[in-house]
Design a binder for this molecule. Structure first.
Ligand code: GDP
Length: 479
């Protein structure tokens, strides 16, 4: 696959010269009549903010997201997927353990449970609930940031002898942001100081009003230590899930999300996935994040090999070409060829994105990158040896700002350049200015990986000169 440079430029509606110049900045020397390969074409197209439509179009067709199997009448109820959240030491891990132990039948794989990142239990009344094994909102939000809405219900654990704490509030806010309903487990009821009324009162002030008090939130009193209330908690989770009418069609190709993944020395890429729709079967060709493969083996939460996994079933899968990230979507497709093609397209796009990242927040290129924004802005993070230098720097920098170009100091402080400065620079497209400070080799490497531009000075005059030159470059031409 290749295309003539002139042809590509024409299709994109830009001048061939512009394209040649852009290619040069990417390290590719080309002439008008030269043909460029697909990868380079994708790259340069991305640079000009073009999406590579051909690839995404094909991908949509091959993925076949909406198949007729999604008819309402083909859907049946599925188990709710639950994440346990709450303040540290309030009993999240203990609850996950007691639920897992009490519910896994002793015959299963000698009663030894497998930690695969999620497990499924049967409630006393024969219902099923799937638990994600990573408690806490860090994992929950990491998955959400990748677009995966895996959790249906959050169990908010609050220790009856401790009350609402900072991470309790964080957990409530994360659940709210995700629109996921909360069931409250008032834990440690066996302890002498247990005061469940206090928990209900404190939570009512945070908009979680208990049913007993006329609200709609289910509260269950439990003890992970004695096992009190655990069955009740599971039934209440099911009750809450009935309201949500969770349904899935098991009779279609599977799709779902990665819960956990790792590289195993013997087995290669191993991922635990949770099926959301359809049924995943042994031998299915799949696409998972940037990778493809064919299911070579599936292992369930009791360590047994299975050949089919329906909705809300967590399974460990083997057979992917690489290790996907937690929160990545997986989808079964028609053939190995389709799987490879989709994964290949995604990989290419990813590379193009990575390369595009390289050109960001680079002082010389600031002008190009800012494109046609009306008010141009130069974002800086200023670190210096002492507070006095920062003030002097900030003052002189502010004086430099011109009408059409703003200088925005995203962050400044005394001290060496650290990881958080680099992270902030990366997300806000800022340049780091270090005055009388030098970063460690680790930080230099991190900045390089993140393509963050760092500059070091010992003389204020030099800082001002450099920034001035950059600002002049950023000023729109007046003719
Ligand atoms: P996490 O940080 O939320 O995962 O909390 P853990 O599950 O690690 O529990 C913290 C501590 O509280 C541990 O020492 C547990 O043994 C204890 N703990 C947890 N649940 C209960 C309970 O219901 N009763 C009592 N007495 N102790 C508990």
């Amino acid at each position: 696959e290749a295309i003539e440079l002139a042809e590509l430029a024409k299709r994109m509606g830009i001048k061939a010269n512009e394209m040649i110049a852009k290619l040069m900045t990417l390290g590719v020397m080309a002439t008008v009549n030269q043909t460029i390969d697909f990868e380079t074409a994708t790259l340069v197209a991305t640079e000009f903010d073009f999406d590579v439509e051909k690839a995404s179009f094909e991908e949509e067709a091959l993925l076949n997201h909406e198949i007729d199997g999604d008819d309402e009448d083909k859907k049946i109820g599925r188990a709710p997927v639950v994440t346990i959240m709450g303040h540290v030491d309030h009993g999240k891990t203990s609850l996950l353990d007691v639920i897992r132990k009490s519910k896994i039948t002793s015959g299963e794989a000698g009663g030894i449970t497998q930690h695969i990142g999620a497990y499924n239990v049967e409630t006393p009344n024969g219902g099923r609930v799937t638990f994600l094994d990573t408690p806490g909102h860090a994992a929950f939000t990491a998955m959400r940031s990748r677009g995966a809405q895996v959790t249906d219900i959050v169990i908010l654990v609050v220790a009856a002898d401790d009350g609402v704490m900072p991470q309790t509030i964080e957990a409530i806010n994360h659940s709210k942001a995700a629109g996921v309903p909360v069931v409250v487990a008032v834990n440690k009821m066996d302890k002498a100081g247990a005061d469940p009324d206090r928990i209900m009162r404190e939570l009512s002030e945070l908009d979680l009003l208990a049913e007993e008090w006329g609200g709609s939130v289910i509260f269950v009193k439990v003890s992970a230590k004695t096992g009190e209330g655990i069955d009740d908690l599971l039934e209440m989770v099911l009750l809450q899930s009935e309201v949500l009418e969770l349904k899935a069609n098991p009779d279609r190709k599977a799709m779902g999300y990665v819960v956990e993944s790792r590289l195993d020395t013997g087995r290669g890429a191993v991922a635990t996935v949770l099926v959301k729709q359809g049924t995943l079967s042994d031998g299915d060709p799949i696409v998972c994040g940037l990778y493809s493969g064919r299911i070579r083996a599936m292992i369930d939460d009791s360590g047994s090999r299975i050949d089919a996994a329906g909705p809300s079933t967590p399974v460990e899968i083997i057979g992917l070409s690489g290790v996907p990230d937690a929160g990545d979507e997986f989808i079964a497709v028609a053939s190995d060829k389709d799987a490879k093609q989709i994964a290949g397209n995604r990989m290419q796009k990813q590379r193009a994105k990575e390369l595009a990242k390289k050109s960001r927040a680079n002082l010389e290129k600031m002008f190009e990158n800012l494109g046609s924004a009306e008010v141009k802005e130069l974002k800086l993070i200023v670190k210096a040896d002492v507070q006095g230098s920062i003030e002097a720097l900030n003052d002189s920098l502010k004086d430099l700002a011109k009408e059409e170009v703003e200088i925005k100091i995203v962050h400044s402080g005394a001290g060496t350049i650290n990881e958080s400065d680099v992270a902030l620079a990366a997300v806000s497209d800022a340049i780091i200015v270090g005055f009388n400070v030098r970063p460690s080799p680790q930080i230099r490497k991190l900045a390089k990986d993140e393509h963050v531009d760092m500059r070091f000075y010992d003389i204020i005059y030099n800082v001002i000169n450099d920034i001035k030159a950059a600002l002049d470059g950023m000023m729109p031409s007046t003719f």
